[in-house]
Write a protein that binds this ligand. Structure first.
Ligand code: ATP
Ligand code: MG
Length: 410
């Protein structure tokens, strides 16, 4: 019996609806922000990733599916930023009015140890924005990630940000980190020792417990928390934070956040969920102002991110398992009992507030536990209607009491 390869999965009809939803909502959310979809090939010249992702990364060193055909070395794409940048250059997109805003979705391939949340063929959805150096572009793409997650009904997420500075200011930081880590080299893991020469900042991102312990040492913390970035980079970072606050996006600064790819500068960010176990990152991204030039194009600032769709899918599924279909909001208990029976009879799960608290309290409860709030206050009762609020999208309709069940779509 030939079976699906280790680290790959069939997506069966029974679970396709979440995938279709992730794709549809991506198109809707990104189109509204004037991002356009691009589809690039699944294999590219190996050289593209070696240069574009960076030869000090785990991806290029250990994780690529590389093969030869007609003496050309080819690689199944392990991520899609390099491919999109190649297309941007190849099609002369730098001559278009900037910024050029693109998004993609599709399978990626990395030869890693399969485990929960980690496959060898997995899917990413991502956005890339070219030609805008301003911090408003960083805030726009972070905002877009958050909007997309919210539209999928995912709200309980941690957004972490950091600034890696520019190549100039990072030089000093890199030297300081190297100096302070030097006495501990023999205690750090093999990967960290390898990174020490090639990309010492990446050491800080190490997930090995004994390494993490070392980073907690006072003299190392002092370097990590020190002020290494130059005034321009600092101002950029302050603006990004200011805009995120204006957007109402809560974030945490994490000075250890470095990200796996070599090409990032200034802003980097990750979005994590507590519901994913140890592989808890759903989204990672940042600014990569030098990559277009590195790959042979004109000097073009850029910023973007990628999300793992398998991890998104498992968050959506978990939430669907836990969530009620309908929460009835009313201050009239007899009417509540009547309607709750109708809803349950129709096959939906439904709940109400036994303590009959104020409207706002009930709405808060509904938002935390259900997909729809069904509002049955005095106005509705008088007009023989109900108001149905979709708690994912905040859309609200007032419909007749006779056919309101049609408006509940699970
Ligand atoms: P990790 O630290 O989990 O290895 P990464 O830094 O390698 O992540 P990125 O290259 O930034 O990840 O990819 C962005 C997102 O793609 C990740 O946050 C994750 O959700 C997803 N992802 C990455 N590798 C895999 C994989 N092997 N299987 C499933 N999803 C993945
Ligand atoms: Mg990885």
């Amino acid at each position: 019996m030939i079976q699906a390869q280790k680290g790959t999965k069939d997506i069966l009809p029974a679970e396709i609806s979440n995938w279709q939803k992730m794709e549809k909502i991506a198109n809707e959310v990104f189109s509204k922000a004037n991002f356009h979809e691009i589809r690039t090939p699944i294999f590219e010249a190996t050289e593209l990733f070696a240069r574009g992702v960076g030869d000090s990364t785990d991806i290029v060193n250990k994780e690529m599916y590389t093969f030869e055909k007609s003496e050309r070395s080819l690689t199944l794409r392990p991520e899609n930023t390099a491919g999109v940048v190649r297309a941007y250059i190849e099609h002369g997109f730098s001559r278009l009015p900037q910024p050029v805003k693109l998004w993609y979705k599709g399978p990626m391939f990395r030869y890693e140890r399969p485990q929960a949340g980690r496959q060898r063929q997995f899917h990413q959805v991502g956005v890339e924005m070219f030609g805008a150096a301003e911090p408003s572009a960083d805030a726009e793409v972070i905002n877009l990630a958050v909007k997309y997650l919210n539209e999928l009904g995912l709200n309980d997420l941690d957004i972490e940000i950091n600034s890696l500075g520019c190549p100039e200011c990072r030089k000093n930081y890199r030297e300081a980190i190297k100096a302070v880590l030097k006495p501990y080299l023999s205690e750090l893991c093999e990967d960290c020792n390898f990174r020490y020469e090639k990309n010492p900042l990446r050491i800080l991102d190490c997930k090995v417990e004994s390494c993490k312990k070392i980073f907690e040492k006072e003299e190392i913390q002092k370097v990590i928390l020190g002020d290494f970035i130059c005034p321009e980079c600092k101002e950029h970072f302050e603006k990004v934070k200011e805009y995120l606050s204006a957007l109402g996006i809560p974030y945490k600064e994490n000075r250890l956040l470095v990200r796996g790819l070599d090409y990032y500068n200034r802003t980097v960010f990750e979005i994590k969920s507590n519901n994913l176990g140890s592989q808890n990152a759903v989204c990672g991204g940042g600014r990569y102002d030098s990559l277009v030039e590195t790959l042979g194009g004109p000097n073009t600032p850029a910023v973007g991110w990628a999300m793992g769709m398998e991890r998104l899918n498992s968050l959506i599924s978990k939430q669907q398992e836990q969530r009620l279909d309908v929460f009835v909001i009313s201050e009239n208990m007899p009417e509540t009992f009547k309607i709750i029976e109708e809803i349950r009879q129709a096959g939906f799960s439904a709940e109400f507030d036994y303590a009959n608290r104020k409207f706002k309290k009930q709405l808060d409860k509904a938002a935390k536990t259900a997909k729809y709030a069904l509002i049955l206050m005095d106005d509705e009762i008088k007009s023989n209607t109900v108001t149905i609020k979709n708690l994912d999208t905040s859309e609200q309709v007032n419909v007749s009491r006779n056919n309101y069940l049609d408006s509940i779509k699970i």
